[in-house]
Design a protein around this ligand. Sequence first.
Ligand code: AMP
Ligand code: MG
Length: 270
Amino acid sequence: MAKDPVARLRVAPGTKVDLGRHATDATLGWEKEWALEELERAKERLDVLQARLYAEEQRSVLLVLQAMDAAGKDGTIRSILSGLNPAGVHVASFKVPGGRETQHDYLWRVHEQAPAKGHIGVFNRSHYEDVLVVRVKGFAPKAVWSKRYEHIREFEQLLADEGTRIVKCFLHVGKDEQRERLQERVDDPEKRWKFRMGDLDDRALWPKFQRAYEDALERTSTKYAPWYVVPADRNWVRNLAVAKILLGVLEDMDPQLPPPEDGIEGLVVR
Ligand code: AMP
Ligand code: MG
């Protein structure tokens, strides 16, 4: 067993995924108080590395977040990216396609939102919706969606070859925990805007969504764009796990500050 609990969340390419065997309430051996402090330390380090990535301006990072409703995609983004320089972060949220988006292939709107060099891009939902909700709700026939896993692998390979480091997190929430969170959205006037009646339809299709997620994770977890199954019933576990996954990618990239112009060393500004 790998020592790093976060490394164990990674879906090894070519392996079967049985989400029923991934606990949604796991703590990964962490205690809450420590995890909250560790998150602050991780964010300080993320801040340093983001600044270097931005200065280097050669490569980018793409964090893909997928999950059932109320698993905490928005909360994760807020918690791990607050404190970073907003100029270097690009968050793209993918909703039901509309307008011109419906006139093109499903990757058209996605490619446009891919992070520019020097940036950290976050996808709040993504091209994976086109093999998840589209499959489960029958918005496209199997003959169409079944070809998409290959497109997606190739698309992500293209991004990776051109300098984007991709990491993908499935925030794995339990069905009971989702019920509580949806109820809270209904009951709390400040949160009610997030609730749509359609969320209940998706909830009723829970097993089908889980199967679709298992297939997507199995078929598209690659060396250059791995999936992680992140336990999401406890926000503090989820936040720290995703922060550590993102930090691991940036540490591994080791972005470099550009060399100073000749004559700057020792220069006295008058
Ligand atoms: P939310 O993320 O809760 O604001 O909701 C966005 C909604 O858009 C979710 O119900 C998604 O399933 C849906 N959605 C996102 N992308 C697609 C897509 N490509 N096709 C159909 N529905 C989508
Ligand atoms: Mg929603």
